[in-house]
Design a protein around this ligand. Structure first.
Ligand code: IMP
Length: 207
């Protein structure tokens, strides 16, 4: 398969309105000389995430931003999955944290996952991250990374965010919430997806 490369110095839209994600993605792209502008800065609308897969939802966001901005666009979609729950919360990961007042509470979200999954012996769980790149001419690239492990209760650790305190990645005993952030970033689903993207669309862009 032929992948399309991003050129050094090229400007792309990061299709997120989340300042934290923008910072992380801009930092990952900086060594390749890729300049970034956010969908928020350009005042682009946020499309509805109507697909049932991470890649599908990442593509919706990337496609909408590329069309509206006339620039290549990169979007991510991520979430937490439990094997015994057939992959739930999955693409609904953020929704499970939603409170009646519109705020998000991840302590509550983790408790919901534990309550739904505790009757099953299989504790297998994973994080997924999909990255989609879309160009204004319709070309698209998509990459998905996973971090495999199991869920634990009670949650442990104060690092990270979201469901990190209830997830122990394979190969160790610490939760993502207990890990040094640099260690998490080395083995995370986001790192795995970005490694695939950089191998396909960025390598050769340095120098
Ligand atoms: P998105 O912003 O629609 O992609 O939603 C991602 C959801 O997955 C949010 O609820 C996050 O808290 C959760 N999530 C994604 N990545 C991680 C992670 O690395 N650690 C903990 N939670 C995560």
């Amino acid at each position: 398969m032929t992948h399309r490369h991003l050129a050094r110095g090229e400007r792309i839209v990061i299709a997120t309105h989340n300042a934290g994600k923008l910072r992380e993605v801009a930092a990952l792209l900086a060594p390749y000389g890729i300049e970034t502008v956010s969908a928020g800065e350009l005042g682009l609308p946020e499309p509805e995430e109507t697909e049932e897969s991470f890649l599908g939802n990442a593509a919706i966001k990337a496609r909408a931003a590329a069309r509206a901005a006339g620039l290549p666009a990169l979007a991510d979609d991520s979430g937490f999955s439990v094997a015994a729950l057939a992959g739930a919360p999955g693409v609904r990961t953020a929704d499970w944290a939603m409170q009646p007042d519109g705020s998000r509470d991840y302590g509550d979200a983790m408790r919901k996952v534990m309550e739904a999954a505790q009757e099953f012996e299989d504790r297998t769980a994973w994080f997924s991250c999909a990255l989609a790149l879309a160009w204004p001419d319709g070309h698209e690239e998509g990459f998905e990374g996973r971090a495999m492990g199991h869920w634990v209760w009670p949650p442990r650790g104060t690092h990270g965010f979201g469901y990190d305190p209830m997830f122990v990645p394979d190969g160790g005993a610490a939760t993502f919430g207990e890990m040094d952030p640099a260690e998490k970033h080395r083995i995370s689903h986001r790192a795995a997806a970005f490694a695939l993207l950089s191998a396909a669309c960025l390598l050769g862009t340095t120098g």
